[in-house]
Design a binder for this molecule. Structure first.
Ligand SMILES: Cc1ncc(COP(=O)(O)O)c(C=O)c1O
Length: 437
């Protein structure tokens, strides 16, 4: 074990890690990033098939973003947006986001992460309903297998027992309805039939709880960390209509799906979801600096304004350096045509390579959309360990993928080229072969 690994073992607690297992071998230290590649402490070069944590959309170490951050740091590294004051990058970014987001979403409150963006949405929804005379509308719906963050409230939203059970959550008033994970349900229904079943369960739960007590539903257009669960045909539009019918706000959690991964700025644009609130983080800065945001409809903001003083926000809400980073990151996405390339070239090519694996003997199912995908593994081994095992073999084969239960997930940087997609899938193929030995 080298010095860094030793210090790490003694002092550093990692997120989402079994420390006893990690300490047996020592942590994996990454030292550099170039485009789609990471270089570790031993000099090994790894193709990052997950874009960090679904976030490094423009790839690593883009010089334009590095320079924009440096320039902002030199001019004004920090000032807040409290006390009737703010800075230029936060204004320009709020304006740009209003341009890119669905038409009713013209207002942004900034924070530092996806969790905070959803937590902020939860608080503002409570304030909104209280101000419009519906304080009893407090319950919140989300779906099984969803991931919305790690604060007390957003862990309560998250529909993954491994995330909420250790903390005795969810809090009262957070209700999980079935997410459309047909493969995990081991049912004979088709995707579409299972989607319909989920909708009917959701309708029943709304009826049982009483729509007048339910404030909002949080929805990832594609459920990412829960295993890349792609909505079946018709499901999202029917869910949207159901919530509108019951005056339940629709919150699109676009923390993963925003900023190009699905071939549009937002899945809400692509699938015409017309959210009342949209939350974002990750790809807004390609992960170069922490930044999250909650975008709100004109109607919600008008009501909130009637409440006067808005007692919410963080020291770093609208941090000028993070906002300058985001503005340049968005400009890079635009100038490189990454949305169009994802939609027309790399996304379809990635999906073709993914689907070519569907008859591999170690594969139960493949699914995905544009530059996001998952492979369900069926191979010998203890349940819920095959994903981690495959991810660790894939790393030896030179690529990073994410292990979740018995599946691997991939979401490479949007700058990935067809030869790099070939490299990713060659390594994944080799990994799947070795799971059968
Ligand atoms: C859909 C979604 N929402 C929220 C979050 C939480 O974001 P953060 O880790 O920045 O708090 C994540 C993180 O993976 C996510 O995937």
């Amino acid at each position: 074990m080298n010095e860094l690994q030793d210090l790490d073992r003694r002092h550093h607690l990692h997120p989402f890690t079994d420390h006893r297992t990690m300490h047996q071998t020592g942590t994996h230290v990454i030292v550099r990033g170039e485009g789609c590649y990471l270089i570790d402490q031993t000099g090994k070069r790894l193709l990052d098939g997950l874009a960090g944590l679904w976030c490094v959309n423009i790839g690593y170490s883009n010089p334009r973003v590095v320079q924009a951050v440096q320039q902002q740091m030199q001019q004004l590294p920090y000032y807040c947006s409290f006390f009737n004051t703010t800075t230029e990058p936060s204004i320009r970014l709020a304006h740009k986001l209003a341009d890119l987001a669905p038409v009713r979403l013209n207002h942004t409150i900034f924070c530092n992460s996806g969790s905070e963006a959803n937590d902020t949405a939860l608080k503002l929804i409570r304030a909104y309903n209280k101000l419009r005379g519906k304080p009893q509308k407090t319950k919140i719906l989300s779906r099984t297998y969803s991931y919305h963050g790690v604060t007390l409230a957003t862990t309560s939203l998250t529909g993954l027992p491994t995330c909420y059970q250790p903390f005795d959550l969810p809090l009262p008033g957070f209700i999980h309805v079935p997410g459309p994970y047909r493969y995990g349900a081991k049912t004979t229904l088709t995707d579409e039939e299972y989607g319909q079943w989920c909708l009917s369960q959701t309708r029943d739960i709304i009826q049982k709880e009483g729509a007048d007590t339910i404030a909002a539903m949080f929805v990832e257009p594609i459920q990412g960390a829960g295993g890349v669960i792609v909505p079946p045909k018709g499901y999202l539009s029917e869910l949207r209509a159901l919530l509108r019918e019951h005056e339940i706000l629709f919150v699109a959690d676009e923390v993963i799906s925003g900023f190009g991964r699905l071939g549009d700025w937002f899945a809400s644009n692509l699938w015409d979801l017309d959210p009342d609130i949209l939350t974002l983080a990750k790809g807004v800065t390609s992960g170069y600096l922490p930044l999250g945001a909650t975008m709100l409809s004109d109607e919600i903001v008008e009501t909130l304004h009637q409440g006067g003083y808005l007692a919410h926000g963080y020291t770093y809400s609208g941090h000028p350096t993070a906002c300058a980073c985001a503005l340049e990151n968005i400009a890079v996405i635009e100038d490189m045509g990454l949305i169009q390339t994802t939609r027309e070239q790399t996304g379809p090519y990635f999906q073709k390579k993914l689907r070519a694996l569907k008859d591999h003997p170690a594969v139960g199912e493949v699914r995905g959309c544009q530059l996001i995908g998952a492979i369900e593994i069926k191979a010998p081994g203890a349940p819920n360990t095959l994903g981690a095992k495959a991810a660790s073999i894939a790393r030896e084969n030179g690529v990073i993928v994410r292990g979740i239960r018995d599946l691997i997930a991939m979401s490479p940087p949007l700058i990935i080229t067809p030869p790099e997609i070939d490299q990713l899938f060659d390594a994944v193929h080799k990994t799947l072969d070795s799971l059968l030995i």
